[in-house]
Design a protein around this ligand. Structure first.
Ligand code: ADP
Length: 948
C-alpha cells in the first residue's frame, strides 16, 4: 500500500488527538539544548501509542548523497535501527528514495507488500526482520530534507488511514521544530560571533536611544565605569552614574545627536578608579525611514596615553627648536662679535694704507688686510655651513634685478681679475628676465664663489659668465649660469669630491691657493635650495666650466630702457675688440633692440667696415673700441677714423679695463666722447650710448662719463651724507674713509637723532646702522618713510654686521634701499655714494615755485609778469631764513615762536597766491598752536620738499 490509497476517516478518535496534542505541548518547550532528549521522548510516546518497535528519523546531509539518523527509539530489549550514528549512502534504498520523493507516505504492511523492484529494501526487511513499515517524507518549504521510519518487527500491520494521518501530523511537527531549531542555532551563532567581537573589543561601543538612555553597550564600555553590561543597558544615565559623569556624557551625547551625521568629539571623563581619561568618541546615527535617529551608535578610544606622548613629543620638539634657535642666535652673535673687531682692523688698515709708507710697510699692510678679509670669509662660510647643517638656511623672497646681480658679481671681482691680467666678461642672453623674485644675496654668493675660484685658479686667459633662460613655466623661470675659465683645471679623479665640505682637489691646492674647501659645498646646497643642480666639466691643464641652474619666480617687469630703445632705432654700432667674447658680451646687451651691431676684431677690419658702410643705411653712428687691438692701439684707430672725412661724426667710445681707468683724461684728447670699463654693464652701455647721442644731458665737465668717472673727477658733487652709527670706532673709520675723497658727513648716534636730522636736511644718502640704542635702524627707517610719504625718498643704506638670514629682507621691509656689510670696502662705499648723489644746480633752487605760481599771481592781482616775477623772487630770497627760523623753533620746541613764524608764512604765501605753500602753512600754524611736534615735523618736511 502507498500514500495514494484512500482510508476510512478516524478523526473522531480522541486518543489520537491527545497524542498530537501531547507532542505539540512537548515541542513547545523544545530548544536547541533539549531537542535531542525531547524528540526521543516523543518517538517513545508514539511507539508505545501505536505498539510499534522502532522509530527513526533520517536527515539528508548538506551533500544530498548522504543521510544520517538524527534521533531514534526502539522498544525495550530490541536493537535500535542503528547502533552507531554515521553517514549512510542515500541510494542504498533506491526504490524507497524514489517513492518518498513522489508520495506523502509509503506504507508497507508486510514484506510481501514490497513491489518487485524494491530489491534492496526487501533485503533490509529480510536481514533486519522487519514485518511492516511506514515511511513519511520530511520537507522544509517543499524541499525533501529527510524521512521518518515507523517499523514493526513483531507483526505485520495494516496501516489504516487514521493511524497514517496521525503519524504524518506528528512527523510534520517534528520536522518543523527541527527546522526552527537549526535556524535558531544559525542565528545564535551569528549573534554569538558578534557578541564575541563586541565584548572582546578594546574599543568601547554603545548604542543610545536618546541623549540620556542606553540601548546596548559592550563589555569595554561597562568596564570603563566599573560596571556590568546589564547594569547599563536600557538605563538612564542619571540612574547609573554620579551627576558629574552623567552630565558630561549627556552633554557629549546631546551634541552628537544634534549633529545628525557621523561625528567625532573628545571627552574627558573619570573612569571607575577616579582617573581622568581622554576619550575620542565617534558616533554614527542609525536612522528610520522618516529620517529620525533610531539609535546613535558610538565608539570610543582611550587616547590619554597617546595625547600624553604627543604633548611630550611637542614639548621635546619645542625644546629642540628652542635649542636650535639659541644655537643659531649664538652663531649670529658670535659672527657679529667677531665681525666688529675685524671691521675695525680692516678699516684702520685701509686708512693706514693711505698714509705715506715704505714699500715693506705697504706689503705688510696688504698681507694683513688680505688675512683679515680671509678671516671674514671664513666666518661667513662657517656660519652658512652650520646653518645648512642645522637645516635652518632659509631663502628670501625679494624682487630684484637679475642682470644687476650678475653684473655686480663680475664687476666686484673685475679688479682682482685685472690684477692677474685676466679678462672677465658677462654674456646675458636675450631671453633672461630683467626682474625676478628670489634671494639675490644667495645667488650673488654662488656667483661670487664660482667667479673668485675661477680667478684664483687661472693664471692667464679669460673668465666668462654666461646666463641663459632655459624656459618658463607657470611664472617660474629656469635659468642656467655658466662660469668658464682657462685655468689649471681639475683632475678627473678629484671632480666628484670638490662639492663635499672641507674638500679640495688636492693637498697642494691648499698650499698654493689657500681656501677652506667650504665654498663649493655651500654653493651646492644653495643651488639645491633654489631648485637646481650644480655640475662641473673640466680638462686638467686647460680649464673648468662650472654650471648651475636655479628656478626663480618671474615678475611683471617694467623695462626702464624701453622708451630709450625706441630712440635708438636706425642707429648702427661697431664693436672693435680682438676678444670674441668681449664682442659677444656687448652684442648680447644690444640684442632685441632695433639697432644694427657690427663687429670687427682689429683696427684694419674696423676701418674696412666704416668705409664699406659710409654711403649706405648701415652707416656707423657709434664705434666702441677696445683699448688694445692686435694691430694698433685704440688711440691710433681713433686718430685714423677722425682723418676720414665721411667718418668724422662717428661717436667714439673707449673700452678700457679697470686697470687702465687712470687714462680716462686722455680719451677726450683723442676724440673719444666717452669711455666704458670692462666688464660692461648693460645699464652703463645704454647710459653711455644715450649720452654720446645726446639723448641724456650732462654737465660740460662731465662729457666723459662712466661709473668710474665720478672717482676720476674727484667728486665734483658734494654729497650730503648722514652717518647713523652708535659705535665710535666704526664712525671714525667711515669718516676717515670719506675724508680720503674730500667728503664729510653728518653724524647721528641713534635712530631718533637720525630722524631729526633727516627732517631738517635733504640727504643724498643715509648710512644706517641696524642695531642701536634708543631707536634702532629699522624703526628709524620706517619713521622716515612715514614722514616722507610719496613726496620724497631719501636713499637709506643699511650698514650691518649681522649676517643672519632674513636681515636683507628685514632691511628692505623697513624701507631701506640697499645693504652694505661690515667691514666696509671703500670701493663699494664710494660707488654707492656716487650712484646716489644728486646733481644740484647752483642757481636758485626755488625756481619751481616761481614758475608754478606766477600765472595765478598775475591773474589775481593784475600785475604784469615782470613785476610779479620780481615780487616772487624777493619773497623766495627771504624764504630760506624763514625756514631756518622754523627749523630752530621745532628743534627747541618753541611752539610760540613756531606759531608766529608759520602765521607769517601763511600770510605771505597767501598774498602771493602760492596756494600749495599756503595750504600747508595753515595746517602748520594749527599744529604749532596745538603743540603737536610730530605733525609739525611732518609738515615741515613737506614744505621743504615743495621748496626744493
Ligand atoms: P676653496 O676654494 O675654499 O678651497 P671650494 O669649495 O670653493 O673651496 O673649492 C674646492 C676645491 O675645488 C678647490 O680647492 C679646488 O681644488 C677646486 N676648484 C674649485 N674651483 C676650481 C676652478 N675653477 N679650477 C680649478 N679647481 C677648482
Amino acid at each position: 500500500m502507498d500514500g495514494k490509497d484512500n482510508f476510512t476517516d478516524f478523526t473522531s478518535d480522541s486518543a489520537g488527538l491527545k497524542l498530537i496534542h501531547n507532542v505539540f505541548l512537548r515541542l513547545l518547550n523544545v530548544d536547541s539544548l533539549n531537542y535531542q532528549a525531547e524528540s526521543k521522548k516523543i518517538l517513545e510516546e508514539i511507539g508505545i501509542f501505536f505498539d510499534l518497535d522502532r522509530i527513526f528519523i533520517y536527515y539528508f546531509s548538506t551533500d544530498p548523497t548522504f543521510m544520517e539518523i538524527e534521533s531514534q527509539w526502539s522498544k525495550e530489549r530490541l536493537r535500535p535501527k542503528r547502533e552507531t550514528q554515521e553517514k549512510e549512502i542515500v541510494y542504498a534504498l533506491p526504490w524507497l528514495m524514489r517513492s518518498i520523493n513522489n508520495n506523502d507516505f509509503i506504507a508497507i504492511n508486510s514484506k510481501e507488500g514490497l513491489p518487485d523492484e524494491a530489491v534492496f529494501e526487501a533485503e533490509v526487511f529480510e536481514t533486519e526482520g522487519i514485518k511492516a513499515s511506514l515511511t513519511i517524507p520530511l520537507k522544509d518549504q517543499n524541499k525533501l530534507i529527510g524521512f521518518i521510519g515507523y517499523e514493526s518487527l513483531s507483526k505485520s500491520i495494516i496501516w489504516d488511514k487514521k493511524q497514517v494521518e496521525i503519524l504524518r501530523e506528528v512527523s510534520i511537527l517534528l520536522s518543523s521544530i527541527r527546522t526552527r531549531i537549526i535556524k535558531e542555532k544559525a542565528y545564535q551563532s551569528i549573534i554569538n560571533g558578534q557578541a564575541l567581537l563586541l565584548n572582546n573589543s578594546q574599543s568601547q561601543i554603545w548604542a543610545l536611544s536618546n541623549a540620556n538612555s542606553y540601548e546596548s553597550v559592550n563589555e569595554a564600555h561597562a568596564a570603563f565605569f566599573g560596571k556590568r553590561k546589564e547594569e547599563l543597558e536600557y538605563q538612564d544615565l542619571y540612574d547609573i552614574f554620579d551627576i558629574d559623569t552623567a552630565n558630561k556624557l549627556s552633554q557629549v551625547n546631546w551634541e552628537l545627536f544634534e549633529k545628525n551625521e557621523p561625528a567625532e568629539r573628545e571627552l574627558e571623563i573619570k573612569n571607575f578608579q577616579g582617573e581622568n581619561r581622554l576619550l575620542r568618541v565617534k558616533s554614527k546615527p542609525q536612522k528610520e525611514i522618516t529620517g529620525n535617529i533610531r539609535y546613535l551608535i558610538c565608539t570610543a578610544e582611550d587616547i590619554t596615553e597617546q595625547r600624553k606622548a604627543e604633548t611630550e613629543l611637542h614639548k621635546a620638539k619645542e625644546q629642540a627648536e628652542a635649542a636650535n634657535i639659541a644655537k643659531s642666535q649664538f652663531l649670529a652673535n658670535m659672527s657679529h662679535e667677531i665681525r666688529t673687531p675685524i671691521n675695525g682692523i680692516f678699516g684702520f688698515l685701509e686708512l693706514l694704507q693711505l698714509t705715506p709708507l715704505s714699500l715693506k710697510q705697504e706689503e705688510f699692510i696688504r698681507e694683513a688686510k688680505s688675512a683679515s678679509e680671509i678671516l671674514l670669509y671664513l666666518i661667513s662660510d662657517i656660519l652658512d655651513f652650520s646653518k645648512i647643517e642645522a637645516k635652518r638656511l632659509r631663502m628670501e623672497e625679494i624682487r630684484f634685478n637679475l642682470r644687476m646681480i650678475i653684473e655686480d658679481a663680475a664687476s666686484l671681482l673685475a679688479p682682482k681679475a685685472a690684477e692677474k691680467g685676466l679678462e672677465i666678461y658677462t654674456i646675458i642672453k636675450s631671453g633672461v628676465p630683467e626682474e625676478v623674485i628670489g634671494d639675490p644675496s644667495r645667488l650673488r654668493q654662488v656667483l661670487n664663489n664660482l667667479i673668485s675660484n675661477a680667478i684664483k685658479f687661472t693664471k692667464e686667459g679669460e673668465i666668462s659668465v654666461t646666463v641663459d633662460c632655459l624656459g618658463e613655466k607657470k611664472g617660474i623661470a629656469c635659468l642656467s649660469f655658466e662660469v668658464r675659465d682657462t685655468g689649471i683645471g681639475i683632475r678627473e679623479e678629484h671632480i666628484h669630491t670638490i662639492f663635499q665640505s672641507f674638500s679640495q682637489a688636492d693637498a697642494s691646492t691648499t698650499r698654493e691657493y689657500g681656501g677652506t674647501g667650504l665654498g663649493l659645498a655651500i654653493s651646492n646646497e644653495l643651488v639645491k635650495i633654489m631648485g637646481g643642480k650644480i655640475s662641473v666639466h673640466s680638462i686638467y691643464g686647460e680649464g673648468s666650466t662650472f654650471k648651475f641652474n636655479v628656478k626663480l619666480k618671474l615678475t611683471k617687469e617694467i623695462s626702464e630702457h624701453h622708451l630709450m630703445f625706441k630712440k635708438l632705432e636706425g642707429i648702427n654700432i661697431l664693436i672693435v675688440a680682438n676678444n670674441e667674447n668681449n664682442r659677444k658680451s656687448m652684442s648680447a646687451c644690444l640684442e632685441g633692440i632695433d639697432l644694427k651691431v657690427f663687429e670687427a676684431k682689429d683696427g684694419a677690419s674696423a676701418i674696412t667696415t666704416i668705409f664699406s658702410t659710409t654711403n649706405t643705411k648701415d652707416k656707423i653712428s657709434i664705434a666702441i673700441i677696445d683699448y688694445q687691438l692686435p694691430d694698433m692701439s685704440a688711440y691710433e684707430l681713433a686718430e685714423t677714423i677722425k682723418t676720414i672725412t665721411s667718418a668724422k661724426d662717428i661717436k667714439l667710445i673707449l673700452l678700457t679695463s679697470v686697470t687702465q681707468k687712470g687714462d680716462a683724461h686722455m680719451t677726450k684728447e683723442y676724440g673719444f666722447s666717452s669711455y666704458l670699463a670692462k666688464p660692461v654693464r648693460k645699464h652703463d652701455l645704454f647710459g653711455c650710448i644715450s649720452l654720446v647721442l645726446g639723448l641724456t644731458k650732462q654737465d660740460e665737465e662731465q662729457k666723459v662719463v662712466t661709473t668710474h668717472s665720478v672717482k676720476e673727477v674727484k667728486n665734483p658733487l658734494k654729497p650730503r651724507i648722514l652717518l647713523v652709527e652708535d659705535n665710535e670706532m666704526n664712525r671714525k673709520i667711515l669718516i676717515s674713509i670719506l675724508k680720503t675723497r674730500d667728503m664729510t658727513c653728518d653724524v647721528a648716534v641713534n635712530g631718533s637723532e637720525a630722524l631729526k636730522a633727516v627732517s631738517e636736511k635733504d640727504y643724498d644718502v643715509v648710512f644706517m646702522d641696524c642695531q642701536m640704542p634708543v631707536m634702532d635702524g629699522y624703526e628709524c627707517t620706517s619713521k622716515i618713510r612715514g614722514l616722507e610719504g610719496n613726496k620724497k625718498h631719501t636713499t637709506i643704506i643699511a650698514i650691518t654686521a649681522n649676517a643672519m638670514e632674513g636681515d636683507y629682507a628685514k632691511c628692505i621691509e623697513a624701507g631701506m634701499d640697499d645693504y652694505i656689510s661690515k667691514p666696509i670696502h671703500s670701493d663699494i662705499l664710494f660707488n654707492m655714494i656716487a650712484a646716489n648723489t644728486k646733481e644740484r644746480a647752483d642757481q636758485n633752487t626755488y625756481n619751481g615755485i616761481i614758475n608754478d605760481n606766477i600765472d595765478n599771481l598775475v591773474k589775481d592781482t593784475g600785475l604784469n609778469k615782470e613785476d610779479a616775477r620780481e615780487i616772487l623772487e624777493d619773497y623766495i630770497k627771504c624764504l630760506p631764513d624763514l625756514l631756518l627760523g622754523v627749523r630752530d623753533a621745532i628743534y627747541n620746541k618753541d611752539f610760540h615762536k613756531l606759531a608766529a613764524l608759520t602765521h607769517e608764512l601763511k600770510g605771505s604765501s597767501g598774498n602771493l597766491r602760492i596756494s600749495s605753500l599756503y595750504e600747508l602753512a595753515i595746517e602748520f600754524e594749527t599744529a604749532a598752536k596745538k603743540e603737536e611736534i610730530d605733525e609739525c615735523i611732518r609738515l615741515f618736511t613737506q614744505i621743504k620738499v615743495l621748496c626744493k
